[in-house]
Design a protein around this ligand. Sequence first.
Ligand SMILES: [Zn+2]
Length: 345
Amino acid sequence: MGGIARILNGALAPADVAFTRRTTLDRTRAQLADANSQIQALNEALVAAKSQGSGLEATLAEMHSSVLALQGRSADRLQAELAQTKRLLIQHQIASKWSTVDALERLVATPPSERTCPLCNCRAQETLFKLFISQCSFGGGVLKRHQCPKCDVIFGADKMFALNAKELSQEYEWHYMVYEEGDSTAAEVLAFHSLAPRKDGRYVNFGAGAWSKSVQVLRAEGWDVYAYEPHSSAASKADWLITSEAELAARPFDGLYSNNVLEHFRYPVEALVDMKRYLKPGALMAHATPCYEYLYEYTRFHLFFFLGRSRQLLARLAGLSIESFEVEGHYMNCVFSSAVEWPTG
Ligand SMILES: [Zn+2]
């Protein structure tokens, strides 16, 4: 290689390199541009996909939470619908039963020529008993009751009296699956105070049910009060809750009160005699109920209405005397004393 060539080479070398590099660069640039445009296209596709994807993601998340909410809601709704369906079925079943009983009665029963009062035991012509007709609001159909011409008590319906203890108890079980009693704490508290209670005395709310809170209220005030409720409708387990007669008899009480209970007994005299066994000698019992008049007759579970002379008779037959009788609107309360023993026979 000559000097010129060397010089040229030397001069060209960087150019060649540069040229070479430029060529490579151009090629690379072209490739890069190509790649860039591909990347851009890819990017655009990605962005598009991403926006679609994120939209989809958001939609999915939304759907997921919707599904969860829907699941929760539909589970709740299903539960509520099931409970409501069960309720309607039982109500329908009760109503069907009693409309069948009514229909059978209309078809086959011949009206009796005579009737016996379940309280005073007087037997008289059917026509002498005043007829009261009502409709049970709780699916029990037609309620025909009769008033005794001798003691004034209104009793019935016959179809309820025809039930034995087990059947009547079963009626209550079905009834309380679909119906509830109202809160009558205020009336219970009034009935309790009509006993003129002492702070050192022990008292019992007879047939306390699960709907009223007089025992809790009175205990909070420092009174020694127990609740007696043999049915499963009773309130939650508490040490003041008595569920058996044996438990009741184990600790004699200084007083007993009840609200809306007396009219439910199939044998009210026997029920009062039984209650006396749980009381200390001479203790009082107060029974509050509007059924000292012909009120709240729209339930088949009210078997007796102690009008007129029947209240005194009830007391006498149970070996009790009436201490007081108080009426304040629909609050009616009779206080019985076990102090006086009536001559028997
Ligand atoms: Zn009678």
